[in-house]
Structure formats: C-alpha cells, structure tokens
Design a protein around this ligand. Structure first.
Ligand code: GLN
Length: 304
C-alpha cells in the first residue's frame, strides 16, 4: 500500500474544508493554537510511520485520554467495572447530563464525560500517585519519556467547567463517585490536558490495534479479549452522537477530542492519528473526520 501517496492525496482533497468549523471556545486556553494546523501520522504494525504536516506538534488530546483511562480502569477492575459504567452508545452530546438522571447515575459508556468521570474515580481508588502513574502509562504506551500535562489548559477548564462539575455532583448523589468531587474533576481535566503529537498518539494506539500481542505496560495489563472489547466500545461510542456517522463514513474504531485530534485503529494493520483544531457542531474535527474517511476509501480497507 502506498500510504505516502495516499496521505498526499488526502491533504490535497481536504483543503476544500480549510476554514470550516471553529476550535473549542469553551476552554479558552485551547483556542491558543493555530486553528489551521493539520497533521497526520499512520503507523503500521511493523512500525513503519507515514506522516505529513504538523505531525510532530503536540496538542491537547482532550477526550482521546478517555481510551487510556478506560484501559487502566478495565485492567484494574475487570468485568465488575461494567456495573458502574455501561457499554451502550449514548446518542447524545459528550457532556450531556439528561440521560444520567434518567439512568440513575450509571453513565452510558466510558467515552462520554460522565463515564470518564466515574473511570477517573475508579483510578483514584486504585492508584497511589494517580497523576504520576497515569502519565507513566501514557509514556510507556507511546514510547516517549517527556509527555506532560498542560496545567494551564487543565486550570482553564476547571475555571469554566460548570457542566462537568454538575455531572460529577450528580454522579456523587447517585453514589457512583467514591472520592472527593474536586479531586475527581482535577484529575479528569489533567488527563484531558495531556499534550501529544500525532506521531506519539499513533504509537500509543498501536497496542490497541494488535490484540494478538500481550498488552502489558507497567501495572496495566489487558487480555486480548479485553482489548477487543475496548475496540468495540471505541467503534460504537468513540464519537458521541456522531458515532454512527463515523462508523458509516470511516469504518474504524477510534476516539476524538475537542482539541481537534482523532486517533483510530485498523485492527492488525495500523493506528492513525490526525489533528486539525476546527470542529463541527458535535465537537469532532472537520478535517480529521474527512481525512480518515478518505483514508479508508482510498485504501479500500476498513473493519467492514
Ligand atoms: N475536557 C473536555 C470536556 O470535558 C473533553 C471533551 C472532549 O474532548 N469531547 O468537556
């Protein structure tokens, strides 16, 4: 497969969408990036990397971190995790609170905010030094030693995070958060603030694409069946109320974030990460979605 050529063609074709959408404004610090940045990196199972544009520029991974949190939580709790968090697509916005009341404090899945807040609570109950151990896991996954939280972005989100605070309070009311709410929120915002480049993200997602190998990174280990389940959750829930659309147009398990990043995997073939900060109304990167749609169209390979 001539991935280099395909990445060039994709870049030419998505330029039609340049300037469409807006970066996330509800986290003021996130708007301090060049909205017209674009980077992509595809890493095959053999370790060959194909990249273009701003593929080495670090950006705030935001909700892509929910995949890392899910891997840790699933490793620590096993099946009993699913008593506190469901595995159904929500069909609602990432920060919706309505469903949570109707369903009595059990979030639909781990990849919406409510689910990630419960997962963060699970991690706090298991980890001695949560922030350090979380970072250590992400560093091991991506084979990088200097990945960091962006404290300015985390603080900016805390300052404006009224909705996430409301969700956390409701979870606490229903008994689905055990730790202090403020502690949960701050750890959650730090996870979202992690800065990674497309090259680092594509490396970090390779282990999810390859469940024939043992998934073992420090104190986090998953069986191949657990990795397969995480893929299923990414496929059905990774894009909130656009998960169906992403399945329809792209056909890969993946996860987006309001920083404009998307990471996706083609099982047993490659992991890919794309970044472009302008978002559509659902909070997903306009050019990122289009680039991945073109990737699976041009390669004629998806999970379907
Ligand atoms: N930190 C963001 C929030 O909680 C993450 C949302 C996202 O990337 N979709 O609102």
């Amino acid at each position: 497969m001539n991935y280099n050529q395909i990445l060039v063609e994709i870049y030419q074709e998505i330029s039609l969408y340049a300037g469409v959408g807006e970066p996330a404004t509800y986290i003021p610090e996130l708007c301090k990036v060049d909205p017209d940045s674009y980077g992509i990196c595809l890493r095959t199972m053999r370790g060959t990397e194909y990249f273009m544009g701003d593929s080495d520029v670090r950006f705030s991974i935001q909700s892509i971190s929910k995949v890392f949190s899910m891997a840790m939580g699933f490793s620590f709790e096993g099946e009993k995790l699913w008593r506190r968090i469901g595995v159904e697509p929500s069909g609602s916005a990432f920060n919706s609170i309505i469903q949570l009341e109707i369903e009595k404090g059990i979030p639909r899945n781990p990849l919406i905010n409510a689910g990630a807040l419960v997962m963060t609570d699970v991690l706090l109950s298991h980890l001695e030094n949560p922030e350090e151990e979380y970072l250590e896991f992400v560093r091991r996954l991506s084979g990088t030693t200097d990945i960091q939280y962006n404290e300015r972005i985390a603080a900016s989100e805390r300052e404006h995070g009224y909705l996430n605070a409301a969700i956390a309070n409701m979870l606490k009311y229903y008994g689905n958060i055990k730790n202090d709410i403020e502690r949960v929120l701050m750890f959650y915002f730090r996870q979202c603030s992690i800065m990674m480049s497309c090259r680092e993200l594509s490396r970090a997602f390779v282990p999810f694409a390859d469940h024939s190998h043992a998934f073992r990174f420090g104190n986090v280990s998953l069986t191949s069946s657990q990795v397969k389940r995480m893929n299923a959750i990414m496929q059905t829930c990774g894009f909130y109320d656009e998960a169906g659309e992403f399945s329809f147009l792209v056909g890969l398990p993946g996860k987006s974030g309001v920083g404009g990043g998307i990471a996706a995997i083609c099982p047993r073939k490659y992991a890919v990460a794309v970044w472009s900060p302008r978002l559509n109304k659902k909070g997903n990167s306009v050019m990122g979605m289009k680039a991945l749609e073109l990737l699976t169209t041009k390669t004629e390979v998806s999970i379907f």
